[in-house]
Design a protein around this ligand. Structure first.
Ligand code: SAH
Length: 265
């Protein structure tokens, strides 16, 4: 017997929906439809107000996260909120930045919903590694430069001896590395990648607030990116892309070029 209950009973369904990287035009058609239909939207700080504004008038809006290391709604409370709203018979959209199953704790929420016997669906979103690279002019794979892409989190403390990520190993991989939440630990991360064998001159790119009106990017090298991005005031939310492909941003940075042209015209 399936542990998944039927949809459409008196208990509502929860949709774990990816909102994409920021630009509302990068929402999927399904995400947009669900936003317009849901009784309740549970969203966090990475989702811009313009996207939350697509909720139907009268929908209950529940904000469950704040930027930075400060207050953040405990994960168990978020799960409790989803379960409570669904048990009230509501159709719930749990709206997350990027994709809900990429560093978004969507997996934990889905597990909690299964545990509570609540039906759910997952609506993928454009994850920020893809969006940041695309808007910065970096093809993550390229026949001449890279045949593999890795998504990593830089959030956990890389100085800890029990760090789950062996950055030295990734320094030897020859793949394009996309580092989420990497700004705070960028100095240690890039040092460890070099200790693993990554050449200091390897191109490295930081893209902040990709796809939005705040989009900024900085192309440097693994040896210098931490210092330069700090000097130039780069901070979260930002994606770090490391690998030979990053160099193509010099030639293909179409979004920045269009914005600069618009500002100077
Ligand atoms: N689920 C999200 C990731 C959440 S973790 C996704 O799939 O994209 C939060 C991290 O995502 C940020 O610290 C940053 O590294 C990255 N991020 C989110 N939005 C971004 C944006 N517009 N530009 C650059 N990086 C972004």
């Amino acid at each position: 017997m399936s542990s998944f209950p039927d949809h459409g009973r008196s208990v509502g369904t929860v949709y774990l929906v990816g909102a994409g990287p920021g630009d509302p035009e990068l929402l999927t058609i399904k995400a947009r439809r669900l936003l317009g239909e849901a009784d309740a939207i549970v969203h966090d700080y990475l989702v811009p107000a313009e996207i939350v504004a697509l909720a139907r008038p009268g929908a209950e809006l529940v904000f469950v996260g704040k930027k930075g290391g400060g207050f953040c709604c405990p994960q168990r409370d978020i799960e409790g909120t989803l379960i409570r709203l669904a048990r009230e018979g509501k159709t719930v959209v749990r709206l997350k930045g990027g994709d809900p199953f990429v560093f978004g704790r969507g997996g934990e929420e889905a597990e909690a919903l299964v545990g509570a016997g609540i039906a759910f669906e997952v609506v993928p979103g454009v994850t920020s590694a893809l969006a940041a690279a695309a808007f910065a002019g970096v093809p993550l794979t390229h026949r001449a430069h890279s045949s593999a892409v890795v998504f990593l989190t830089g959030h956990e403390d890389p100085a800890k001896p029990d760090s789950a990520i062996c950055w030295e190993d990734y320094g030897r991989l020859g793949a394009t590395l996309c580092i989420y939440m990497g700004m705070k630990n960028l100095e240690t991360i890039t040092r460890r990648l070099q200790a693993g064998g990554l050449a200091p001159g390897t191109p490295a790119l930081v893209v902040q607030s990709a796809t939005t009106s705040e989009h900024r990017q900085l192309l440097s090298t693994v040896g210098e990116i931490a210092l330069r991005s700090e000097r130039e005031g780069f901070g979260a939310p930002a994606m770090v892309v490391i690998g030979e492909v990053a160099r193509l941003a010099e030639k293909l940075a179409w979004f920045e070029a269009a914005r600069t042209a618009a500002l100077t015209s």
